[in-house]
Design a protein around this ligand. Structure first.
Ligand code: FMN
Length: 173
């Protein structure tokens, strides 16, 4: 199962792509939006549980965290992989620090779950999806981080090769 939380959809697209890879590799796969589809009731049927979230204001969306928290003991007995999707994942200066914040310290709080792998992927900035307040906030965030780079209202920072190879590594390992 790939279970995710998203606000603007990029994590959903990444999860769907991972699901296709799993299926291509012969695994029976379920891709689940934890907000829309709800949490699964019976975890026994899954051999591998991949849980992911988009990052907003430094935080995971609430449904995947709640799912992990509420099923800690059960998930501790399974293969669990975590991934997050964030703008700073694609920023070489910020990458290592936010990896600690968004993944390492979150995983620490989820003990006894012990992830077999953690994926950290660039996401999408898309001003056409934001309301007025979020646009102002994001304008500030994007321009203060852009340095000399050009600022655009649509940036797809996803590295599909990286995403696909992570998904493949989960199947083979
Ligand atoms: C309001 C808002 C706040 C964000 N805050 C962060 C942040 O703190 N750190 C970060 O790396 N990316 C941040 N981002 C970028 C998102 O992580 C990125 O857009 C991601 O693709 C969102 O995932 P989703 O499309 O699945 O919701 C933010 C985006 C928005 C719209």
């Amino acid at each position: 199962m790939i279970a995710y939380g998203t606000r603007y959809g990029s994590t959903a697209e990444i999860s769907e792509r991972m699901g296709e890879i799993f299926t291509e590799k012969g695994m029976k796969t379920e891709v689940r939006d934890l907000k829309k589809d709800g949490t699964p009731t019976d975890l026994d049927e899954y051999d591998l549980v991949v849980v992911g979230s988009g990052i907003l204001a430094g935080r995971w969306t609430k449904e995947p965290l709640k799912f992990l928290e509420q099923n800690k003991e059960k998930l501790a007995e399974k293969s669990v992989a975590l991934f997050v999707v964030s703008a700073y994942a694609a920023d070489s200066e910020k990458h290592d620090r936010v990896y600690e914040d968004y993944l390492v310290s979150v995983a620490e709080d989820l003990k006894p779950i012990s992830p077999v792998s953690m994926g950290f992927f660039g996401g999408v900035i898309d001003f056409s999806k934001y309301n007025f307040a979020v646009r102002i906030l994001m304008k500030r965030m994007v321009s203060s981080n852009a340095g000399d780079r050009e600022v655009s209202e649509y940036m797809d920072l996803r590295d599909w090769e990286e995403i696909e190879s992570w998904a493949k590594s989960l199947v083979t390992e």
